[in-house]
Design a protein around this ligand. Structure first.
Ligand SMILES: CC(C)(COP(=O)(O)OP(=O)(O)OC[C@H]1O[C@@H](n2cnc3c(N)ncnc32)[C@H](O)[C@@H]1OP(=O)(O)O)[C@@H](O)C(=O)NCCC(=O)NCCS
Length: 166
């Protein structure tokens, strides 16, 4: 991770993101370059990880500030790391950056993840997420997804998230 730099993802990165998506999410509706441009134009917060200037990872979060007493919410939309660079802490650094933005507005953060995606489940659990429920056939491949939730700040009480369902 030492030579890897995190900065803002831009529309100029969209084609490379789509290239990585096709490798990382085959059969699960990988996003197109246009989908990434739409995400950026919608104002969602996206980070890029670059190694020697080359994009090797990306991640994005939608932020919904709380209004009129409502709890602020955030949703991790996607995160991916070039297979050649996985296992070096890049995914964790990207997720930490996205969660820092969620924590700035005191948001509860949600995401969906394939139930059989062990690396991602490990990453999310370590960041304070817990499984909230399961969505059957959530992906176009027919795979199920867990919905996961992380309380604001990832704060836990007695080893479980403070707002974990009973
Ligand atoms: C999930 C993903 C982003 C992790 O990125 P990464 O850079 O390899 O992860 P890191 O090196 O930062 O590892 C962070 C933590 O993730 C977990 N993790 C990473 N790889 C793992 C593996 N192969 N098995 C189990 N846990 C793993 C561990 O908890 C790890 O912490 P540790 O190193 O202290 O054990 C990456 O595997 C990826 O791009 N996968 C394909 C796309 C994807 O599934 N995205 C998530 C969609 S919901």
């Amino acid at each position: 991770m030492s030579d890897v730099v995190l900065d803002a993802l831009t529309e100029a990165d969209a084609e490379r993101c789509a290239e990585l998506e096709a490798i990382l999410f085959p059969g699960d509706d990988p996003w197109s370059a246009r989908a990434f441009r739409d995400e950026l134009r919608a104002g969602h917060r996206y980070l890029a990880a670059r190694d020697d200037g080359r994009l090797i990872g990306y991640g994005g979060v939608a932020l919904l500030p709380g209004r009129l007493g409502q709890q602020a919410e955030a949703e991790i939309h996607t995160i991916g790391v070039d297979p050649a660079h996985q296992g070096r802490g890049v995914g964790r650094a990207l997720l930490d950056g996205l969660l820092a933005a969620a924590d700035e507005i005191g948001a509860t953060t949600y995401l969906e993840v394939r139930v059989d995606n062990a690396p991602a489940l490990g990453l999310y659990r370590a960041a304070g997420f817990a499984v909230l429920g399961t969505r059957r056939r959530y992906y176009s491949s027919g795979a199920d997804a867990h919905t996961m939730r992380r309380p604001p700040g990832g704060v836990t009480v007695g080893g479980t998230p403070a707002d974990a369902p009973r």
